[in-house]
Design a protein around this ligand. Structure first.
Ligand code: SF4
Ligand code: SF4
Ligand code: FES
Length: 492
């Protein structure tokens, strides 16, 4: 492996590594616009120029491979002059509308100007006007004046999604990003072009003007949108008090994982978060004479733990949206301790869209985890036994019976039960069937793990506290068990 020197540091990297990647490995930042490690090298922005000894001209570090004994300078006067000049060119026609730009605070034009620019403007002429606030698809807006023509978005649509919607038209200072005639950027991964746009030229319709980025906290998590388990960051507003109707989650962003999702996530997963803060079940409810009443957790635990005396009349249907810890607690309590025979998962949302890139047909995050814990999809048998009157008490996790069975069938099923206990995060219409409705936390409100389709166990982290009085399924079951004199110690 070649050894080179960057800014006086000796670095050993594999043959073929570019200078920019070698520098990154040594903790040295080289500013860049067009380079993105998930795309081919375009070498068009010239922001990454470095000085290489024995080379007469400055070299673009994104394209130049290292060689044995190479000596590179990223901070020399020549490099600084070049960086300043590139920024000055890029900003000649830039509208400087940072105060109304969503990218402000995470924009590489702003950041690099402050770090490498800091020149006084010499521009006396009018700026070239381009198209602004153009809708180029269901998720993305384009501002042509803010674009630095790095072509990352074009390469993404050519190389990752192979949908070829975007291109650069015209030349010189009239050059602009455009969408191919009759097309829209409406591929299944369109939101990624916003992530990789280094400036505010491409913005996300879902996020536009919702929140300044410096108000956002970031929590690492895993997308629950399908069994791929793409690594994500939950960006949530730390300045807004958490309570309905205020939304806490502002957006989801991909988190790099070389083995799972690389740099990308799909749009289905990206925009699938509004449910976290909407339509939530906030308090435990008990139906009395057909009317739901709010109750305390103590009342709920006290009464419901009494049902544990009748395990032979009990059925339990868990969900593949639950974390491994929640499922393990259900398994310990109902299977190991109470010896309930009829415990199963119901596999819903299992045949959605699948593709070669990331999307999996199973639109739940933890089917493999449920299977690894010994659960099987025997929900059909449980419904049969309910109809035969053999199961009188049903613990249902997360599911909406109305949605799964249809209204008539769900009501019929309900009529065969003596007690229906639903643990779930949402106050959907199926909740009205329950004798007990217990609010549970969503994935963003708890720590835990999901096991993806290939058996990879991945951690999710709690971004903020559960809404209202919600608790994780694990806590609810543990407390109910404790009331019944059963102590379960689980470290999952
Ligand atoms: S829109 Fe953004 S990603 Fe696309 S070329 Fe312009 S600056 Fe680059
Ligand atoms: S591919 Fe699946 S896990 Fe990845 S972002 Fe899309 S829905 Fe989420
Ligand atoms: S990052 Fe190297 S030329 Fe653009």
């Amino acid at each position: 492996m070649p050894i080179l020197k960057i800014d006086g540091k000796d670095i050993e990297v594999p043959v073929g590594t570019s200078i920019i990647e070698a520098a990154k490995k040594a903790g040295i930042e080289i500013p860049h616009y067009c380079y993105h490690p998930g795309l081919s090298v375009a070498g068009n922005c010239r922001m990454c120029l470095v000085e290489v000894e024995k080379f007469p001209k400055l070299q673009i570090s994104c394209y130049t491979p290292v060689t044995e004994g190479m000596v590179v300078h990223t901070q020399s006067e020549r490099v600084k002059d070049a960086q300043q000049a590139v920024l000055e060119f890029l900003l000649v026609n830039h509208p400087l509308d940072c105060p109304v730009c969503d990218q402000s605070g995470e924009c590489e034009l702003q950041n690099y100007y402050m770090k490498y620019g800091l020149y006084d403007s010499r521009l006396m002429e009018d700026k070239v006007k381009k198209h602004k606030a153009v809708s180029i698809g269901p998720t993305v807006m384009l501002d042509g004046e803010r674009c630095v023509l790095c072509s990352r978005c074009v390469r993404f649509c050519d190389e990752v999604t192979h949908t070829h919607e975007m291109g650069i038209v015209n030349r010189g200072d009239r050059a602009e990003i455009e969408v191919a005639p009759g097309k829209e950027v409406d591929n299944d991964y369109s939101g990624n072009v916003v992530d990789i746009c280094p400036v505010g030229a491409l913005t996300d319709k879902d996020f536009r003007f919702k929140c300044r980025v410096w108000f956002l906290a970031q929590t690492p998590s895993v997308c629950p949108g399908c069994s791929r388990g793409c690594n994500i960051e939950i960006h949530w507003n730390k300045e807004r008090p958490y309570q309905t109707p205020g939304e806490r989650v502002m957006r989801l962003k991909p988190r790099f994982n070389a083995d799972v999702n690389k740099f990308w996530i799909c749009d289905e997963g990206r925009y699938n978060y509004h449910w976290i803060d909407q339509g939530r079940l906030l308090k435990p409810m008990q139906k009395r004479r057909g009317v739901p009443h709010e109750v305390s957790w103590e009342e709920a635990f006290g009464t419901l733990s009494g049902l544990f005396l009748r395990p032979q009349e009990m059925g339990v249907i868990v969900s593949t949206d639950m974390t491994n810890g929640d499922l393990a607690m259900a398994q310990q309590l109902f299977v190991s301790e109470l010896k309930v025979k009829n415990v199963a998962y119901q596999w819903i949302r299992k045949s959605g869209k699948e593709d070669e890139l990331l999307m999996k047909a199973d639109k739940t995050p933890n089917t493999r985890g449920a299977q690894a814990l010994g659960f099987e999809d025997r929900s059909g048998e449980i419904y049969e036994q309910i109809e035969k009157g053999q199961i009188k008490i049903l613990f249902l996790f997360g599911h909406n019976l109305m949605e799964i069975l249809g209204k008539d069938q769900a009501e019929k099923m309900r009529s065969h039960l003596e007690t229906l206990v639903i643990l779930g995060p949402h106050a959907h219409e199926g909740i009205n069937l329950a004798d007990w409705a217990l609010p549970s936390a969503v994935y963003a409100e708890k720590n835990g793990t999901f096991t993806n389709f290939e058996g990879r166990v991945q951690k999710i982290s709690k971004a903020f506290p559960p809404m209202g009085m919600a608790k994780s399924e694990r806590e609810i079951l543990k407390e109910m068990a404790r009331q019944a004199g059963i102590h379960i110690n689980l470290t999952v």
